[in-house]
Ligand binder design. Structure first.
Ligand code: NAD
Ligand code: MG
Length: 405
């Protein structure tokens, strides 16, 4: 069932069918842990079938012993022994390596949380889509890297993609797929990140610690840096383009520092529909987990009287060039977004390891897209090859920046 059809055809989830079996890809990360937090509150409604992590084997073992999935996979192969020992006697199958993470997604669970960070999530997410699963999609890089391929697979295999990214969850909740021609535009809201009010000169000296200290959301390191550069909003622009099928010029970005309005949809009669809430990822996670029903979450309720004021401002294209770079990549099409995503992953890692400065991130990304532009992509192999090539080029550019320092 395609994303749009799912909205039309599904009634409330039938409890008579028993618990929904789920796989959590990236269970040790920020979204993964929030997903577990929600699921553990409803032991009768959800049964965890599989968990995966990349390197945090201790947390994976602890989660697995608590949730008792049938299968647990660690991405780094050399950690297999540790995982197997940690799960000895539990009856949980331990596995390791990239293929094991893909296997976790390929097992016949009803629902898959795609919460791996980066393009590393593409193949596992695609495996879940290709068996027609319902997928909660947090891993936006999957759509940036391979949006057309993934959306085609969703349609071809009757999968259901429910966005977990808070902005896209908001849009999904107020986007009338039956009357798409009545929609004028999408307004993606952005917090502006931790450096919203910093001057370009101040931004030059920002450290990884400062960049990951997001004012409203507690998230993994990569997405936190992406929020500081506002590359995150650029990636979300591309994500929205694929999920909702509106042209790039009808997706607007608006800075809203309080992160209360999670995004809006504007209709041709002048109505603007929005979804609001406190900044707590458990709300969009719960929406996707229970979809098409709803479920209660803990967490603070929105109190607009206490908040008092909601403010808005246009994003600054000079201090946040990532917005221009991502729009240009989306317009260029072909492999440009794939290159952009891979270069950004390399640049963010290089910044986090203090190899390059904060403002170098957008430079490395823009230069990589410039060097490798005009590449057409079709198959998954094309995309993976281009992703690898872009990582090499971005790595060379990082070394150049380092040599010039
Ligand atoms: P995180 O860094 O906290 O967690 C990432 C997870 O992915 C971990 O479980 C890690 O083990 C796993 N992982 C990392 N590299 C891997 C690899 N090569 N192979 C297999 N697994 C790997 O990240 P996060 O903040 O939870 O974000 C996850 C995804 O959700 C990202 O795409 C992010 O953009 C998106 N997202 C996150 C939030 C948030 O609040 N954190 C909000 C919206 C969207
Ligand atoms: Mg978001």
């Amino acid at each position: 069932m395609a994303l749009t059809e799912a909205r039309r055809d599904s009634g409330p989830r039938s409890q008579a069918k028993g618990p929904r079996s789920i796989a959590i890809l990236g269970s040790t990360g920020s979204v993964g842990c929030n997903t577990i937090d929600v699921v553990e509150r409803y032991p009768n409604d959800y049964r965890v079938d599989a968990l995966t992590a990349h390197s945090n084997v201790d947390r994976l073992i602890e989660q697995a012993l608590r949730l008792k999935p049938r299968f647990a996979a660690i991405g780094i192969e050399t950690l297999y022994g540790k995982l197997k020992d940690g799960l000895a006697g539990s009856g949980i199958v331990a596995a390791a390596g990239r293929a094991a993470v893909i296997e976790a997604a390929s097992r016949p669970s009803d629902w898959v949380m795609s919460a791996i960070v980066g393009a590393a999530g593409l193949e596992p997410t695609l495996a879940a889509v290709r068996r027609g699963a319902m997928v909660g999609l947090a891993n936006k890089e999957t759509l940036v890297c391979a949006g057309s391929l993934v959306m085609k697979a969703v349609a071809d295999h009757g999968a259901t993609l429910v966005p977990v990214d808070s902005e896209h969850s908001a849009i999904f909740q107020v986007f009338d797929f039956d009357q798409k021609d009545q929609i004028e535009k999408i307004i993606l809201t952005a917090s502006g990140g931790p450096f919203r009010t910093k001057t370009a000169e101040q931004m030059l000296a920002m450290t990884p610690e400062q960049a990951v200290a997001h004012p409203n959301w507690s998230m993994g390191a990569k997405i936190s840096v992406d929020s500081a550069t506002m590359m995150n909003k650029g990636l979300e622009l591309i994500e929205a383009y694929h999920l909702f099928g509106l042209p790039e010029e009808r997706i607007e970005i608006l800075v809203h520092p309080q992160s209360v309005i999670h995004s809006m949809v504007s209709y041709l009669d002048g109505s603007v529909l929005a979804q609001l809430g406190t900044p707590d990822m458990r709300t969009p996670i719960a929406y996707a987990l229970a979809y098409p029903a709803r479920m209660a979450t803990p967490g603070k309720r929105l109190d607009l009287g206490m908040i008092g004021q909601l403010t808005f401002e246009a994003p600054d294209p000079v201090r946040f060039p990532a917005l221009r770079i991502t729009r240009a990549a989306l317009k260029a099409g072909g492999g440009a977004p794939t290159i952009l995503n891979a270069a950004n992953e390399v640049a963010v890692q290089s910044f986090l390891s203090r190899a390059i400065g904060f403002l170098d991130i957008a430079r490395v990304v823009e230069e990589t897209v410039g060097v490798l532009n005009d590449t057409a992509i079709g198959t998954l192999d094309d995309i993976l090859a281009l992703d690898a090539q872009a990582r090499r080029t971005a790595g060379d550019l990082v070394r150049k920046v380092m040599a010039a320092q």
